[in-house]
Design a protein around this ligand. Structure first.
Ligand code: GLN
Length: 300
């Protein structure tokens, strides 16, 4: 299929599925290769899984074969399928993504879920009143947009250092009808972050992977995803949490809370850091893979 000559051959839906699955065998583990195969097949046919099974002997059109060939060539270079299709699914919504933003991860959906559940039980009033939330390092905007869509009454702010990322986040917010105040700033710069308002809740999935971990990471991540959204210096891996903790001391309202995604090995250190700065009621939560993945702290 990598050669264009194969475009002239007859290929059924089932054969196309096998072609993708074979191409991905050496690139991804089984789970990921299976899910990527289904994403490509859905994109190609615009049919659901069961429709594809029913029609498995139907032939692909020339255009479909040509699209498939291009997709496979890019997949073989380890490019993530979300960048190839410019689409990522998060919290039941489709977000535009490209190399300027991190691909939203399932563990970040869990972070959003946790926040939504807690707001609904602890601050039901927030659902219809001036309750202000800030998403730091918004990237594609997936956290800010999905919370705003579930809780339209809240006032949502989101910042990022990258203008390219903010353009994407704005585009996603428009497409998904979410009203959000986006601000371009370097959050590590004290003066710049002062322009942000007082808030009731801070959420962030900041860069947290120490540079030294790069060697163990997969090509699809290190070759394609934006390194500024992923990596932190080996000698200062908590740099973003320090800035978030300092900012919270100045701008978090009474009873305000901070929810952050964390590196699985740094949970204890992140909690110690927040506690040393006067935060308490720290809670650590595991993701569905059983890894320490998110933390909540509060001041009041
Ligand atoms: N969870 C992401 C990964 O493992 C990292 C996200 C981040 O640095 N905030 O690639």
């Amino acid at each position: 299929m990598a050669q264009s000559s194969s475009l002239s051959l007859i290929m059924t839906i089932e054969e196309a599925r096998k072609e993708i699955s074979d191409a991905l065998k050496n690139i991804y583990e089984k789970n990921e290769s299976d899910s990527t195969t289904e994403i490509v097949m859905e994109h190609l046919t615009r049919w659901s899984r069961s429709e594809r099974v029913i029609n498995k002997d139907l032939e692909l059109s020339f255009a479909q074969k040509s699209t498939l060939s291009q997709i496979i060539q890019r997949l073989l270079l380890h490019e993530p399928i979300q960048y190839i299709l410019n689409e990522a699914c998060f919290a039941g919504m489709i977000f535009y993504v490209d190399k300027n933003v991190l691909i939203p991860r399932p563990e970040t959906e869990e972070l959003v879920d946790w926040i939504l559940k807690e707001i609904k039980t602890q601050n039901p009033i927030a659902i219809g009143s001036a309750y202000r939330i800030l998403d730091i390092g918004t990237g594609s905007g997936c956290i800010a947009i999905s919370i705003k869509n579930k809780l339209p009454g809240v006032e949502m702010w989101a910042c990022d250092v990258s203008d390219e990322a903010l353009n994407i986040a704005r585009m996603n917010a428009d497409a998904l009808n979410a009203t959000i105040d986006f601000v371009a700033l370097d959050f590590l710069d004290k003066k710049q972050r002062r322009q942000l308002p007082n808030v009731d809740l801070i959420v962030s999935n900041p860069p947290y992977v120490p540079e030294k971990d790069k060697n163990e990471m997969k090509k699809n991540v290190i070759d394609y995803e934006p390194s500024t959204a992923l990596f932190v210096p080996d000698d200062d891996p908590l740099i973003f949490y320090k800035a978030i903790a300092d900012f919270g001391k100045e701008k978090l309202n009474t009873h305000g809370r901070i929810y952050v995604e964390i590196h699985e090995n740094l949970g204890g250190q992140v909690i110690d850091l927040f506690q040393s700065k006067g935060y308490h009621s720290a809670e650590i939560k595991k993701d569905l893979q059983g890894k320490n993945r998110m933390i909540k702290v509060s001041l009041g």
